[in-house]
Unconditional design. Structure first.
Length: 160
């Protein structure tokens, strides 16, 4: 397969090639993506550790707080599952970012257009997942805000 896209030198924009400056920018982005992916994997591992030790930690804190903060087994299991769900989502975000970095860097160093396509596919998946998560969070914030307004309305009518 021909590698015209990754040819060195200034590429003709009408032919769809990358200039050496384009490759430099992509290589820098790939290096940072790989670094951020690794840091995100570590953060994911910490989330998993926190998920499994949350109930134990809260059990140790609970006697210090008295009856003000009772932690039952059901709540501890819910929090553990919630943290594990967040860790699973964060793992895939990290994975897409890491794969973009490693595949793009390898593609640019070896002039492999198929590998570059794989790297950019992971970048697309990364942004798709982050976009979906952002839409979910914004919707959730909107629902919380709506319930807060309803609660304020109910509370203000009961004080009268």
């Amino acid at each position: 397969m021909e590698n015209h896209i990754l040819d060195d030198g200034y590429a003709n924009p009408n032919q769809g090639g990358l200039s050496s400056l384009d490759k430099e920018y992509l290589l820098t982005a790939a290096k940072w993506s790989r670094f951020l992916g690794i840091v995100s994997f570590v953060a994911t591992a910490l989330l998993v550790v926190i998920a499994f030790f949350f109930t134990t930690l809260m059990g140790k804190v609970n006697p210090l707080m008295g009856a003000a903060m009772p932690i039952s087994g059901g709540l501890g299991a819910f929090v553990t599952l919630f943290y594990l769900l967040i860790a699973a989502v964060y793992f895939f975000v990290s994975l897409y970012l890491y794969h973009f970095g490693t595949k793009t860097k390898a593609a640019l160093l070896s002039n492999d257009t198929e590998m570059l396509t794989e790297g950019l596919k992971n970048l697309k998946s990364f942004f798709s997942l982050v976009g979906i998560l952002t839409a979910i969070l914004v919707s959730l914030y909107g629902i919380i805000f709506l319930f807060a307004l309803i609660g304020l309305g109910v509370a203000s009518t009961q004080r009268m």
